[in-house]
Design a protein around this ligand. Sequence first.
Ligand SMILES: *[C@@H]1O[C@H](CO)[C@@H](O)[C@H](O)[C@H]1NC(C)=O
Ligand SMILES: *[C@@H]1O[C@H](CO)[C@@H](O)[C@H](O)[C@H]1NC(C)=O
Ligand SMILES: *[C@@H]1O[C@H](CO)[C@@H](O)[C@H](O)[C@H]1NC(C)=O
Ligand SMILES: [Zn+2]
Length: 650
Amino acid sequence: MVSKLKMDIRINLGSAWTFLVLVGLCSARFHQVDISNLVQDTEPELNHTDMNTYVKTWLTQVYNPAAQLVTQADSETQWDYNVNITDDNQEATLLVSAQSANFTRVMATQLKKFDLNASDATIKRLHKKITELGIAALPDDDIREINKIIADMTAVFSTAGVCMNEAITDPKACPKADFMPLDPNITNFLRESRDTRKLRYIWKAWRDATGAKMRKNFIRYVAIKNKAAKLNGYADSGVSWRANYAEPALNYTDTDVLRDLEGLWQQIRPLYMDLHAYVRRKLMEKYPTENIRKDGPIPGHLLGNMWGQSWEGVLNFTQLFPDKPKIDVTDEMKRQNYTVDRMFRLSEQFQTNIGLKPMPPVFWNASMFERPEGREVVCHASAWDFYRNSEVRIKMCTDINMQDLITIHHEMGHIQYFLQYENQLMPFREGANSGFHEAVGDTLALSVSTPRHLASIGLLKDDKSDPETDLNFMYSTALEKIVFLPFGYIMDRYRYDVFSGKITSDRLNAGWWDYVKKYQGIAPPVERSEKDFDPGSKYHIAADVEYMRYFVSFVIQFQLHKALCNASGHTGPLYQCDINGSKAAGKLLGDMLSLGSSQPWPIAFEAVTGTRKMDAGALLEFFEPLTRHLQAINAKNGDRPGWTIHKDDF
Ligand SMILES: *[C@@H]1O[C@H](CO)[C@@H](O)[C@H](O)[C@H]1NC(C)=O
Ligand SMILES: *[C@@H]1O[C@H](CO)[C@@H](O)[C@H](O)[C@H]1NC(C)=O
Ligand SMILES: *[C@@H]1O[C@H](CO)[C@@H](O)[C@H](O)[C@H]1NC(C)=O
Ligand SMILES: [Zn+2]
């Protein structure tokens, strides 16, 4: 049903004038609205006495409803493209992005005309967010070009795969039965296979099919991103990304951000090196013919993951106490015939048990939970906000295993955030910073993945806690959480350097490997060159997603977890805490989530944790028994944590 919408917003504040007129065709699917007709700018009059009241009215009556429509349209077209990659759908996203940029400019211009009384901190914050144009600062041609480049790079990534018939060099000629997409096929293969020759083949073939194909586009992308950053007053695009963590109101600057991030890494590094040394020893025993050096980096194809960003794939032959329960409950889930729906319901139930909001009905019928047949989709899991009537969705190609169960908790954490802050004005409907958005679901999953909790939901037989089972649990958690940190750190340390020009376009791949070798202690299993572009084998590089948010999240989720555990009345070691059922913990978290970004993040953070600072102390506390255990094993084996890089480590 299509109905005519005519919203004529006049704000009568004595001297009547029109801010703008909204005229449009409104149907159930907002993305059919022609946004170019939505906004007709008229000059506001500026001689009003109570400017703050005036601006508040403009924000709530004019800006907000219009911004909602525009953002909805943007989300809708993006969704349609993401669940159905076609040229037409891509074209639709480019059009809406252009219209949305127009809208951003008009609104910023209007707001800038107001003579603001800067004493109101909230208005100041809104003003900054609305007048910051982002990509809309660019000329229309550039906007179209950068959006097209990003859509094309994402499409390359999302439609790529590896032909398991190695005789076929042209992937297009690959028989359907031999063609493996990343999710879930390649991902599962890397986790399960111990065939080092095949693993090496896939490691390379995936990079040939992705990064190498987007190198040229990426170089152009960097140039346009930097142009936009400069137009917004930043030195380069890296600075503009980091502005998400800086808080001018608290004098927390870009320099502080960089220094604190590096400080966090230095706190974590010794534990990562202990873990690295232990796993390297196990890999040398498992793969004696792979020439792994006792003091060398680990070859990237042996870690059970395409990027070596989590090492759960090697759990079953590196487990500390193989006779004790392993905390990967995948086999048990399969034995119990778990369904995708049941996995999502389980995650929802944990949230409602602590008093958070349930998923709305539309979540269950409009989401995409499994890879559909007969069309290309962006399988990379994501959570979506449509900015109206609690409409939220998840898009994910779910597989029945523990890792995906945890991913569901992660994505549903985003959804909970969307629902909690939905009554904020549009510019505040985002995380306190992007790291917070990533941390919500992970924080809850820290409780869910404890042996005690898994036993309580029938996924572990034996819930008798003993030190060895606890160490097994900490170890498998570390393979995900500790292993991730150097990767989470370098993804953007690398891009900061690319944006600033420190890494030049003729060293794009070498610059990447400098970081991987130095921070992750991982080396490529085959020779690399500047024909390759290995960072582009990772979704977030192809899709232009800032990544430091994940590093921040992996640190602060332990601080949040500890605070929620305290609120729930937990006593005993942090690694045993399960906040399940604690309304006090849920309220503490929910209250912070409902703030969105209306407060500087250190203030929101302090309300929950009692501190304004990110700190790895809670994380180190969580893993403390494991740290001691690994150090003892490494000492016994005569293994020194750390690695040196030789020329023949490629
Ligand atoms: C995918 O998008 C095309 C338009 O490009 C449309 O014709 C087709 O119906 C869509 N498929 C599905 C399953 O939605
Ligand atoms: C954006 O605005 C310009 C002029 O202000 C107009 O020429 C252009 O068509 C608009 N773009 C879209 C996609 O509406
Ligand atoms: C999904 O459910 C909502 C609420 O029950 C309903 O309004 C909507 O039409 C449904 N949508 C689809 C695609 O089934
Ligand atoms: Zn996320």
